[in-house]
Design a binder for this molecule. Sequence first.
Ligand code: ADP
Ligand code: MG
Length: 720
Amino acid sequence: MPETKALSEPQKALLKLGLARDIDLALHLPLRYEDETRIVKLRDAREGDTAQIEATVTACDIAYRPRRQLVVTVDDGSDTCVLRFFSFYPSQQKSLAVGNRLRVRGELKGGFLGWQMVHPTCKPAGGDLPTALTPVYSTVASLPQAYLRKAVLGALARADLSDTFPPGVSETLRPVVWNLREALAFLHQPGSEVPLAALEDRSHPAWQRLKAEELLAQQLSQLESKRERAGLRSPALRAQSGGLHEQLLAVLPFRLTGAQHRVSEEIAGDLARAVPMHRLLQGDVGSGKTVVAALAAAIAIDAGWQCALMAPTEILAEQHFRKLIGWLEPLLAPRGLRVAWLTGSQKKKERGEMLALVASGEAALVVGTHAMIQEQVRFKRLGLAIIDEQHRFGVEQRLALRSKANDADAAGDHVPTPTPALHRTGEAAKPVLRCAGGGANAMEPHLLMMSATPIPRTLAMSYYADLDVSTIDELPPGRTPVVTKLIADSRREEVTQRIRAQVEAGRQVYWVCPLIEESEALDLTNATATHEALSAALPGVMVGLLHSRMPVPEKRAVMQLFTGGQMGVLVATTVIEVGVDVANASLMVIEHAERFGLSQLHQLRGRVGRGAAASACVLLYSAGDGGRLGETARARLKAMVETGDGFEIARRDLDIRGPGEFLGARQSGAPLLRFADLATDTQLLEWARNLAPLVLDRHPELARKHVARWLGGKSEFLKA
Ligand code: ADP
Ligand code: MG
């Protein structure tokens, strides 16, 4: 362990940026380049240029309006330029004295008073000019560019950049790529002859090399985890004839759709195998994923195992699984089995009781939030874990569930877990979701993830290469399509009339206020104000308020009034985003719709149109300062009006926002692809996908080295 107090500020900053190893620094590529190789004449410069000039100071004064500043005028023989400094030291003032010759570099602004630069860098004129472009790296304040540049160059010289592609492989790439050392030298230290355009062109052989390397690392890591799992064991859970599974089908108030039937078979097929299931069930909002989960749970329980159901928030867990529990509980009771809840807001006593039920195995079904992946939670025989709305969990939480499910040591006997062939993360995984009582019979639970946000094909091929996917592509019969309208916020009054009409017709209405990322407090003010305004505008109608800061019992009470039909209008922040199921709700108003992501809007809209009544969704938008909605914002909202197909919406959303959102990586800061772009580099992705098994089989040593180089300790993230 290096002593941390011995580290300088820049060194600490390096570690914080994840630039610990030489290779990390070598792979930290410049954001852009600056051209300090030339001195230009002001006469030849253009507005907005970052220009370097040499000029003589003709005036140097402190001005006080509009605020205190040092104003320096310089003349380079072709024109003059005013330099402004809003903070300055006496020593600086001295170096800028009249008559001094300076080399000045900064962004040129042309005003009607002539050229200006604000806070340019200045040094004495003369001296050598660099012969190559200067790289500029992304960094933080405590890590100066010059320090970082030196660190990168040093690391580049030291790092092991030997080829990890098996012999002959680079040659198979078209266009031909460079080797790693050449590629990095080119991008970090471009020669004097290299044009800026070549450095920025991501189809350049240097860039192609980096992308190919990165994608191969990702594919290797995925493949390795897939093989790792194939070596693990899970209980083989088979549906018994006349068992719980059939009993559940018999009590359902509806028939399964063809799609539900098909995906249930796929899941049952996985459960019957002795290797862990790793399946994503995707289906549009309202397509009926919950009943499919219930059927899987029934199989697991019938075979004598426990099933855990996890949802991202408490209110969702409750809303989402209420029906499921309603179906299953009466079937469990005669067998002496119970349903246990595990949530963050539980009182200690209740939690203790629940933990005991889980540990004894009496709770066959365990429902809750991520409270169930905490240390103290021990299952007697966990056979199946189901994660609902999986994309709402951060990568880390999903990973916790998986790596912790891997823990075979719950009962104390040490059983070696299968050794990852390619890498080890220094830290031992903490046990969380445990399967059987450990020991030599330790087993991995089957894992079913559910999501209404479909994974685009390129992502399925890369990040989720490791996942089997089932898709429900059909909605239950009798749904009425939701009519979506785009209405300016200035027409709120009309919207209120519409709400009144719906409530008078015996229907119910949601009003959703946006989540303002920077400020939860502001969020609340907005929702509260809307709640008050609507209450005043709708006398005699019960208008409720639901937001994330409310204590859980209060939330529950509000939800009960709404689901019970007494409450006509529910004003909510996005806590109701998923899972709420009130068939009588026929109108949803979404305030500041322009602030939501498309998939999120689609999820919200899915809360109405669940019954037979004609339903509508009003997207209220606020025009910006210019009085008009921006072009992109308009295009996005129009997509909502034009299509009700969640898959199409997800596709457009990916176009607009990029893949980060799908991976839940924003919250967790997990590394995504840095160099490759899934939208444009599909060919390289295919190449890496085909190559990975070959490298892993024939060149395991190169594979290990490659993954360590690229992913270091982070490779776990790519598996979640
Ligand atoms: P989601 O896929 O969004 O989780 P849910 O499982 O909540 O959807 O199902 C939405 C609604 O449709 C629920 O009220 C559910 O009971 C109902 N439902 C599910 N399957 C069917 C079916 N085959 N026929 C009729 N209604 C169904
Ligand atoms: Mg659902």
